[in-house]
Design a protein around this ligand. Structure first.
Ligand code: SF4
Ligand code: SF4
Length: 441
């Protein structure tokens, strides 16, 4: 038996809403001094977290206090950018009400302020060791919506819905609440439909999001922070769909070894041994067993090198992602010393302002702070049994079974790291196939 709060988080199927979906009961089962709330919302165009901080701050604080209680943390710090004026007012007022237990911290408007290692450095002045976790410097970092879901878990309400931003080439850009499993075409239709005939949909932000291979079959998951509709030849899309052979050809022929990618790399600036320009060199010669190639394991894939730093339109991020995949498949590990590193003396001057990033990405014409437009009520949801890091949940319902919103449909397999899954609408289980439970309302 763990801490009763950790048990409630596990029962409710809470996973990290801002990243890869680490089950939150795993993260909350720790002892730290500080819980940082990551409200940086640093990906251009995404704005559901500022909406929640403005309108659901009491829920957020309740979730934060619960995680502070189960981790033994004495301090909770809600970190957000001052440009979100109304969210900042709400958070400051909540901090005052907490009597000093919770603090509001204003972040500079740069990317990637929300990279958890960058956030830890900005707020606590500590550096997470290479390939390490904030835990190693006494902190847990949690996303805004994750903590709201923790608060609901305390009341026995599981994760059934997701707040996300719909932006780019749509009729009405918006923040919207959708049941998990809502088909992407329904979300786009709710936002007024695509405003152009040919388009691609990015799941997530323009920097770290992925282009959906087939948006007509895709659904909202627990980790869908946004859906961006962009022309197929938009710079953001083209850099995400380049095939590996083209990446290699461009790297071999175009990289001029100017080292700008290294100069601006946020992880390099934290003092980590990551030198993307050197990795480009060894990648060109396919020396993937070298020490330098191993540095790719330290890359967060933030995309600064690819979309902002490189004057030659080369993609160190993609090169690192390819090398990482090969190294991890071969079981290669980074020999971390576990020591904090010393940050680069030029780190502060080299932070990339979000406004310049938006210009560079050619996103200036899009609404960067769309408002909340309500909740979608789809007639059918397709809920994947894996929306988190770890093993897929085991389906516990069968075809023809009636379910209500919040009923358990996927259980954590024995002794595995996983997360529970719940029905997100009332209805009948239409099918269970290929790791997906389809419910018709
Ligand atoms: S910034 Fe571009 S051209 Fe310069 S070293 Fe890095 S990848 Fe090569
Ligand atoms: S994507 Fe590029 S800039 Fe970002 S951490 Fe990796 S190498 Fe550094």
């Amino acid at each position: 038996m763990g801490h009763p709060i950790v048990d409630k988080i596990r029962e409710a199927g809470v996973v990290g809403a801002g990243g890869a979906g680490l089950p939150t009961h795993v993260k909350a089962d720790a002892h730290v001094e500080t819980v940082l709330v990551n409200g940086a919302s640093c990906e251009p165009l995404l704005s559901s977290d500022p909406y929640l901080m403005e309108n659901e701050v009491d829920t957020l604080v309740r979730g934060l206090e619960a995680v502070m209680e189960c981790t033994g943390a004495k301090k909770g710090i809600i970190c957000l950018k001052g440009k979100h004026v109304r969210a900042m007012q709400s958070v400051r007022a909540a901090a005052e009400r907490s009597g000093g237990k919770i603090e509001a911290r204003e972040l500079m408007d740069f990317y990637p302020a929300g990279d958890e290692q960058v956030l830890v450095h900005e707020v606590l002045g500590r550096t997470v060791p290479e390939r390490g976790l904030p835990l190693q410097v006494g902190a847990v970092v949690s996303n805004v919506e994750t903590l709201c879901n923790v608060a609901h878990a305390l009341d026995g309400k599981p994760v059934t819905h997701r707040y996300l931003t719909v932006a780019g080439e749509v009729g009405r850009p918006m923040v919207v609440k959708a049941p998990v499993g809502t088909p992407v075409p329904e979300v786009l239709a709710f936002a007024g439909g695509a405003a152009i005939s040919e388009y691609r949909v990015v799941d997530g932000g323009p920097m770290m999001g992925k282009v959906l291979p087939d948006a007509s079959r895709a659904v909202v998951t627990k980790t869908t922070s946004g859906l961006l509709v962009l022309p197929p030849d938009h710079n953001v899309v083209l850099r995400k769909v380049m095939d590996p052979a083209t990446v290699r050809r461009i790297t071999n022929t175009i990289c001029c070894q100017c080292s700008r990618c290294t100069d601006l790399c946020p992880r390099h600036l934290l003092g980590h041994s990551l030198h993307p320009h050197k990795i480009m060199r060894v990648f060109a010669h396919q020396e993937l067993e070298s020490e330098i190639a191993r540095e790719a394991l330290l890359c967060s894939e933030c995309g600064i090198c690819e979309k902002y730093a490189c004057p030659m339109l080369v993609s160190p991020r993609e090169v690192n992602a390819q090398i990482k995949q090969i190294l991890m498949k071969n079981g290669v590990k980074w020999p971390s010393s576990g020591q904090e590193t010393e940050s680069n003396p030029f780190r502060e001057e080299r932070r990339v302002p979000t406004s310049r990033l938006i210009q560079r990405l050619n996103l200036e014409q899009y609404d960067t702070h769309p408002g909340y437009a309500g909740e979608i009520k789809p007639s059918l949801v397709r809920i994947p049994l894996r929306m988190h890091l770890g093993a897929p949940a085991v389906c516990v319902v069968s075809e023809g079974q009636h379910v209500s919103c919040g009923d358990l449909i996927g259980e954590i397999p024995e002794k595995a790291m996983s997360a529970r899954i719940h029905a997100s609408i009332d209805g009948v289980v239409e099918s269970v196939a290929d790791g997906v439970v389809t419910i018709r309302g």
